[in-house]
Ligand binder design. Structure first.
Ligand SMILES: *[C@@H]1O[C@H](CO)[C@@H](O)[C@H](O)[C@H]1NC(C)=O
Ligand SMILES: *[C@@H]1O[C@H](CO)[C@@H](O)[C@H](O)[C@H]1NC(C)=O
Ligand SMILES: *[C@@H]1O[C@H](CO)[C@@H](O)[C@H](O)[C@H]1NC(C)=O
Ligand SMILES: *[C@@H]1O[C@H](CO)[C@@H](O)[C@H](O)[C@H]1NC(C)=O
Length: 558
C-alpha cells in the first residue's frame, strides 16, 4: 500500500514539478535541483467546524496555544451564546467574545464590557493581545487579553483620542503604533511615551474622500529597515515611526480605485526572504470604485467591485506599481498568507461596498495567488463555499495550515430571517490544496523547536521533524515563521511571513531529521513575539509550532 502510494505520489510530482523555489535542498544528503509541488491535486476543501459559535466572528486573532479569540460588538443585543453562570455585571447574560479551541473544537464565552466594534489589535511580544478602540463605551479603551489568565483586562479612556476603524502595527522595539480611525488624522503609541501623546498625521486628512472616506483601516506594513509602508485610499508613503516623519511618497495607484474602508480591498506584505534581506514587496487586491458607497447608499445601485491587484516594492529606489487582474472581482476580501508563501484571497462580494446593506453578489470562490510565478500565471480559482461572507466576516491562518473563516453580518443587529444575507454565526475551515491526503507521506510531522521554543535574532535554531515517506530527492526543505494576523474588515494586521535559511540538514534516524535554521536577523524583519513555524518539504507544510522570538533592548523585561 505504502509503495503504491509513493508511486502514485511520484507520478504526481513528476507531472506537477513546475518551478524551482529559493528554498534549500538537503544538499548534504542529495544533490539535485530544488523543486516543489505547486500545482495542487485539488482546489481545496471546505469543512463546517460549527454551525453556530453564537456570535459574529468579525474580529479574529489566533493566540499562541492554538486558541482563536473572536468578538463582535457589545451593543448588538442578545447574542446566541449564553454564560453558563451569568456574571453579576451583565444585564443580558449573553457573551460577545469567546475563545475557540482549535484542537478540541470547543467554545468558552468571555466577559467583555466595553464595545470593541471596528477596533484594532496587535499581539505583544509577551503574547498578550493589545486591543484598542471601538465604539461608544469602547472607543478610547485599551484592552489586554492575557495568554496566562485567558481573560480580558479593560482600561477605559486610555487612548489619547477615540479610535474607530484604526490600524495597529507592532514595531521592532515591541511598542505598537495605532494609526487613524474615523475623523482622526493622527497616531499614537502603546505604551504611550508620555501620557496621551498624540501626533498629527496630515496624510490621513489628504486621503479622506469627503463623502465616503475610503481611507479607514489604513494598511500598515513594517519594512525590513524599520520604516512603515502606509497605504490609504490610493496613496502610500514610507514613514519613519521613530522620527514620526514621512521619508517619501510613492506614486498613487495608476487605476485610481480606492482600497480602504468602505471601498475595502485587502493587503499583505509578501514573504520576506533571506537571500534579499532588505527587500520587501506589498500586494493589494480588490476594492470598490470611487462613488460606490454613495451609489449603494443613495440609489441602491451596487457598482461592480474591482478585479485589480497592485504590487509594489517600496524598498526599491524608484518604486512603481504593477497591476494585475484577478479572475473574479472582489470587495471586502481577506488576504491570508499561507505557509507555502502563496496568498489566499477569500470572502467578500462582487458589487457594492462595506457598510450596512451595501453589498450584493457574494464571491464564494477563494482565489490562490502565487507571487513567484510570472505575471499572467499567478491566479487560480479554488473550490467555493456555500456561505456568503460579506460585511463583518474575517479569515485567518491556523496552526494546522487551515484558513478559519467566520462572520458576515450586514445588519445593525442579529437578523436571522427574511433577509437575503442573514447574520451568520458559523465557523468554517478552508483546507488549501496542500492539506490534501495525497501529500501525507511527504508531510513533515512531529516538529519540535528547542526546548525552549524560543530564539534570539540570528540564533541557530534546531528544528526536529519526521517524514513518513522520508525526504524525497530534489524536494526542498524550508522553514518559515508566520506572525498571526488580527483580522477584521478585510485587514490582517501584523500578518507577516519570514522565510529562514536552512543551514544544514541532518538525518537523525530512519525517518527523523534535524534542520539547523538561522532565526530572523533583526526585529525590523521579525518584530519580537510569537510566530508559527512551519516546516515544508517539497512545498507540503507541517503543522506549526509556536516559537517565541526574544526581544532585545528597551522593553525586554516582559
Ligand atoms: C439564534 O437564536 C435565535 C433566538 O433563539 C434563533 O431564532 C436563531 O435561529 C439562532 N441563530 C442561529 C444561527 O443559531
Ligand atoms: C504583557 O505586556 C504588556 C505591555 O507591557 C503588559 O501590560 C502586560 O501586563 C504583560 N502581560 C503579562 C501577562 O505579563
Ligand atoms: C443616483 O441616481 C441619480 C439618477 O440616476 C443620479 O443623478 C445620481 O448621481 C445618483 N447618485 C449617486 C450617489 O450615485
Ligand atoms: C418573515 O416574513 C414572513 C412572511 O412575510 C412573516 O410571516 C414573518 O413574520 C417574518 N418573520 C420575521 C422574523 O420578521
Amino acid at each position: 500500500m505504502a509503495l503504491l502510494y509513493s508511486l502514485l505520489l511520484f507520478s504526481l510530482l513528476h507531472l506537477t514539478t513546475l518551478q524551482p523555489t529559493s528554498g534549500n535542498t538537503f544538499s548534504s544528503l542529495f544533490s539535485s535541483p530544488t523543486a516543489t509541488i505547486n500545482s495542487p491535486a485539488t482546489a481545496g476543501e471546505w469543512r463546517l467546524l460549527s454551525d453556530s459559535i453564537g456570535i459574529v466572528a468579525m474580529h479574529m486573532q489566533l493566540l499562541p496555544g492554538n486558541r482563536l479569540l473572536t468578538f463582535d460588538r457589545t451593543d448588538f443585543g442578545l447574542s446566541n451564546l449564553s454564560f453558563p453562570n451569568c456574571p453579576f455585571f451583565f444585564l443580558d447574560c449573553t457573551a460577545h467574545s469567546l475563545l475557540y479551541d482549535i484542537s478540541k473544537n470547543t467554545i468558552s464565552p468571555l466577559p467583555l464590557l466595553s464595545d470593541p466594534w471596528c477596533s484594532s489589535a496587535a499581539l505583544l511580544p509577551n503574547g498578550s493581545l493589545l486591543q484598542t478602540g471601538g465604539f461608544n463605551t469602547g472607543d478610547r479603551s485599551v484592552r489586554l487579553f492575557s495568554l496566562y489568565s485567558l481573560s480580558w483586562i479593560e482600561h477605559p479612556y486610555s487612548l489619547a483620542v477615540r479610535r474607530w476603524y484604526a490600524s495597529n502595527q507592532l514595531l521592532p522595539d515591541g511598542t505598537v503604533i495605532v494609526v487613524g480611525g474615523r475623523r482622526q488624522f493622527n497616531f499614537e503609541f502603546f505604551p504611550p511615551d508620555q501620557q496621551y501623546q498624540l501626533f498629527d498625521f496630515p496624510f490621513l486628512q489628504e486621503t479622506s474622500d469627503p463623502d465616503s472616506e475610503n481611507n479607514l483601516y489604513p494598511f500598515l506594513h513594517l519594512l525590513p529597515d524599520g520604516s512603515l509602508f502606509i497605504f490609504a485610499n490610493t496613496r502610500s508613503i514610507v514613514f519613519n515611526p521613530l522620527g514620526r516623519s514621512t521619508t517619501r511618497s510613492l506614486p498613487p495607484l495608476p487605476d485610481g480605485v480606492p482600497r480602504n474602508y468602505p471601498s475595502s480591498g485587502s493587503s499583505v506584505l509578501l514573504p520576506l526572504r533571506p537571500e534579499a534581506p532588505s527587500r520587501a514587496e506589498v500586494l493589494i487586491c480588490g476594492g470598490a470604485p470611487r462613488g460606490a458607497f454613495q451609489s449603494a447608499l443613495r440609489n441602491a445601485t451596487y457598482l461592480p467591485a474591482t478585479r485589480t491587484c497592485a504590487r509594489i516594492v517600496p524598498t526599491d529606489s524608484n518604486p512603481q506599481w504593477s497591476m494585475e487582474e484577478m479572475p473574479l472581482p472582489r470587495v471586502m476580501g481577506d488576504m491570508v498568507i499561507l505557509p507555502t508563501g502563496e496568498i489566499l484571497i477569500i470572502n467578500g462580494a462582487a458589487a457594492g461596498t462595506a457598510g450596512w446593506e451595501l453589498a450584493q453578489e457574494p464571491v464564494l470562490h477563494p482565489v490562490l495567488y502565487r507571487p513567484d510565478r510570472p505575471a499572467g500565471y499567478r491566479f487560480e480559482v479554488m473550490n467555493p463555499s456555500t456561505i456568503p461572507r460579506m460585511y463583518h466576516s474575517s479569515a485567518i491562518l491556523d496552526s494546522y495550515g487551515r484558513v478559519l473563516i467566520g462572520g458576515s453580518n450586514p445588519h445593525v443587529g442579529y437578523v436571522f430571517q427574511n433577509v437575503t444575507y442573514p447574520t451568520d454565526l458559523s465557523l468554517e475551515a478552508y483546507l488549501p490544496p496542500y492539506l490534501d491526503a495525497t501529500f501525507e507521506i511527504m508531510r513533515p510531522r512531529r516538529v519540535v523547536v528547542g526546548p525552549p521554543a524560543e530564539v534570539g535574532y540570528g540564533d541557530v535554531a534546531l528544528v526536529r521533524f519526521a517524514v513518513d515517506g522520508g525526504l524525497q530527492e530534489g524536494m526542498a526543505v524550508e522553514v518559515v515563521a508566520i506572525a498571526p494576523a488580527f483580522a477584521t474588515h478585510s485587514v490582517g494586521m501584523n500578518q507577516r511571513m519570514v522565510v529562514m535559511t536552512v543551514l544544514r540538514l541532518v538525518q537523525l534516524s530512519f525517518r527523523g531529521y534535524m534542520a539547523e535554521v538561522l532565526a530572523p536577523p533583526s526585529p525590523e524583519v521579525a518584530p519580537p513575539g510569537f510566530y508559527m513555524w512551519f516546516v515544508l518539504h517539497g512545498g507540503v507544510p507541517s503543522q506549526a509550532v509556536w516559537v517565541r522570538i526574544r526581544q532585545s533592548g528597551a522593553f525586554s523585561n516582559f
